[in-house]
Ligand binder design. Structure first.
Ligand SMILES: C[S@@+](CC[C@H](N)C(=O)[O-])C[C@H]1O[C@@H](n2cnc3c(N)ncnc32)[C@H](O)[C@@H]1O
Length: 219
């Protein structure tokens, strides 16, 4: 059996996360990152291109990825370990559990959702991550003024998310970020953006701001 390399603290599973919670059982960012800088969450971070690039170019911010697929999540974390990157971590597990059980309300400055699985077949659509319940989860953990980024190449998925957030009282749409010409192979937001753009597919980019009070309840 190949040896499983210990990637802690860059890759953590839910059991490991218990070392970084406060007395109320919710994650304490100062314990996890060793500073009180703003924290951004990348949901379904895959092999971590966004985490790696963003944590390198923005050392004054912290970046947390959550990834269901441990092989992909660990692959991303390996690059962080090599650099001993202090401001990026990956948690292996379900983002919905993390959002519901471990993240303090109004404690994130941004949530990023890049290329969530499309679940093409109609009978599988209900497995899609981004639902009205997911929007509520994100609204709960974002600070007022915080941002939500959602990009995809799946037009119908994007339309649904746009409509859902347009009717959500705690989100306001902001101007969409423009596409830039990639300077090199790593100059993309994520690995999926790279494969989709190289294949010539259009990318839908959405940006929303969390509005309202921190504890506003969506009815
Ligand atoms: C299509 S990939 C995109 C990966 C990456 N964001 C990118 O753009 O390259 C979607 C990722 O979301 C992950 N994922 C799906 N549902 C998830 C969940 N509930 N919690 C955490 N990750 C999830 C999948 O394992 C997969 O790696």
């Amino acid at each position: 059996m190949p040896e499983v390399v210990d990637l802690r603290p860059h890759f953590l599973c839910f059991d490991d996360v218990l070392s970084y919670v406060a007395a109320d059982g919710l994650l304490d960012w100062t314990k996890l990152f060793g500073n009180a800088n703003p924290v951004e969450l990348d949901v379904g971070c895959g092999r971590g291109m966004f985490l790696f690039n963003a944590s390198t170019t923005q050392p004054e911010r912290n970046f947390l990825g959550v990834e269901l697929d441990f092989t992909e999540g660990r692959r991303g974390a390996k690059r962080l370990v090599k650099r001993n990157q202090p401001n990026a971590r990956v948690i292996g597990g379900d983002a919905n559990y993390l959002l519901d059980r471990l993240i303090r309300p109004a404690s994130l400055s941004a949530v990023h959702v890049y290329f969530p699985d499309p679940w093409w077949k109609r009978k599988h659509r209900r497995r899609r991550l981004f639902t009205d319940l997911f929007a509520d989860r994100v609204a709960r953990v974002l600070v007022p003024g915080g941002s939500l980024h959602m990009w995809t190449d799946v037009a119908d998925y994007f339309e649904i998310v746009e409509a859902l957030l347009e009717h959500h009282p705690l989100f306001k749409s902001l101007p969409t970020p423009a596409e830039h010409v990639a300077a090199n192979d790593l100059d993309y937001q994520t690995s999926f953006e790279r494969t989709r753009r190289v294949a010539g597919l259009p990318i839908h980019r959405g940006l929303w701001q969390r509005v309202g009070e921190p504890d506003a309840i969506h009815e």
